[in-house]
Design a protein around this ligand. Structure first.
Ligand code: UDX
Length: 434
């Protein structure tokens, strides 16, 4: 089928690559010409394992192309996906101006029946706004429909999540729209849940907010473990053995970041408030997550006393492993807090340093970017771990101990065994563990 993707961010690029991989004829559109130029060469502007290969293969098979021409893009697809960003506004609500812009673009160039599908994570009833906007801006009477097909892609696993999803959710208003989306996803072996459009929009927000709640729940319990000398890793392990709870997304630590959970929890809280509902639970989810930084800073001060002029190294800048994305990453908050206390920082991450340099330039007076993870710890007074990259889990700790000025580890992701590192002579400060 002929498909158009509007908006070439994490979701748009992955969706374009995934749909062409399963055999569709896809054109990706974005206003950012440098991004389109990079993509046309089969190079992804985002770090996502396996994505470049998928892009190159399908561009060669002439099933995938990219353009900055809105007219070409809208004329191409029978199905048009809106994958534009929906960032948080000051009050926590979702900023839908990019979605509105996409709807206007479709209305301007639409030349026959099209199914417009919102894939971006949007508040319930957004599809109705898209339909209203299109009707307002249509140049001539053209038949079209709007549907919802939320994505459940995790950064670092996006390709797998697209090609092997737990389920596909399609929110439709007609049999015709259902038929089109069933045909589109036919090559993917996964259960398809067909709902009305509002329900599909809520499924996405509710799924993300629930996962974030799971993380804040175990972090709340982590604080109790810390206060009582109990071990949150063992609590989580035993809880997770109950299939109704499940062990995933039950890891205590420095909390969740990324471009989805923080934004979706706030957006859903805002939607609840709009309808006058008691969504305070989500406010607590957010507050518990924010307080993770205070817990880690407490550990760091217990370890170093004063932070002023102390040489501290941070391993891990990305919001999670296998991505270079630092959006809403805990590292952004920890770096600021340590600088505010007069600390001097060396930063290291396997892939995310370039992104961090856009926030804290290389010539920053109190920040050094390390060449490698061992060079990073040389002569430092504390090692703070914020992302559980495998390379950190497998680090040669004997070598780290010899290189550091004082062997202190403040572990924001509980990646080491407390007894083991303490036996090696480290002072070790995990989250929610004795
Ligand atoms: C998430 C959802 O998983 C995905 O379905 C949705 O489409 C987009 O948002 P993503 O944000 O890419 O995906 O990453 P995810 O793996 O969900 O991790 C989100 C954050 O939670 C990360 O900062 C991670 O470190 C943190 N996390 C995850 C925990 O702190 N503890 C856990 O147990 C799991």
């Amino acid at each position: 089928m002929k498909v158009t993707i509007i908006g070439l961010g994490y979701v748009g690029i992955t969706t374009a690559a995934g749909l062409s991989e399963i055999g569709h004829d896809v054109v990706g559109y974005d206003i950012d010409s440098s991004k389109v130029k990079t993509l046309k060469k089969g190079t992804s502007p985002i770090f996502e394992p396996g994505l470049d290969e998928l892009l190159k293969n399908n561009i060669q098979r002439k099933r995938l192309d990219f353009t900055t021409s809105a007219e070409e893009a809208i004329h191409h697809g029978d199905i048009i996906f809106i994958c534009t960003g929906t960032p948080s506004r000051e009050d926590g609500s979702a900023d839908l101006t990019q979605v509105e812009g996409a709807a206007k673009t479709v209305a301007k160039y639409i030349n026959g029946y099209k199914l417009i599908v919102e894939k971006s994570t949007v508040p319930v009833k957004t599809a109705q706004w898209i339909e209203r906007t299109m009707k307002l801006y249509l140049k001539k009477k053209v038949d079209f429909e709007v549907a919802s097909n939320p994505e459940f892609l995790k950064e670092g696993d996006a390709i797998r999540d697209f090609l092997k999803p737990d389920r596909i959710v399609i929110g439709v208003g007609s049999k015709r729209a259902e038929r089109l989306l069933r045909e589109l996803y036919k090559p993917i072996k996964a259960p398809i849940v067909v709902t009305d459009i509002n329900t599909a929009e809520i499924i996405k927000h509710a799924s993300n907010a629930f996962l974030a709640m799971k993380i804040s729940f175990i972090n709340m319990i982590s604080d109790l473990c810390e206060a009582t000398g109990a071990d949150v890793e063992l609590v989580a392990k035993a809880m997770g053995m109950d299939k109704r709870i499940g062990k995933q997304f039950l890891r205590a630590g420095i909390g969740y970041g990324g471009s989805c959970f923080p934004k979706d929890v706030k957006a859903l809280y805002y939607v609840g408030k709009q309808y006058g509902l008691n969504f305070e639970l989500l406010k607590n989810v957010h507050e518990i997550n924010e307080s993770r930084i205070d817990v880690l800073m407490e550990h760091l001060k217990n370890a170093l006393w004063n932070l002023k002029d102390k040489n501290i190294v941070i391993w891990g800048l990305s919001f999670k492993p296998n991505t270079d994305d630092i959006r809403e990453a805990p590292s952004l908050k920890v770096v600021k807090r340590i600088l505010d206390e007069g600390g001097k920082l060396t930063l290291y991450d396997p892939v995310a340093m370039d992104n961090m340099k856009k926030v804290y330039p290389e010539n920053h007076p109190y920040i050094v970017y390390a060449r490698d993870m061992y060079d990073a710890v040389k002569d430092k007074e504390a090692l703070v771990i914020l992302t559980e990259w495998d390379v950190f889990k497998q680090a040669d700790l004997q070598k780290v101990k010899e290189l550091m000025l004082t062997p202190i580890i403040v572990d924001g992701r509980n990646i080491y065994k407390p007894r083991k590192v303490r036996r090696m002579g480290f002072e070790y400060y995990p989250m929610g563990r004795p």
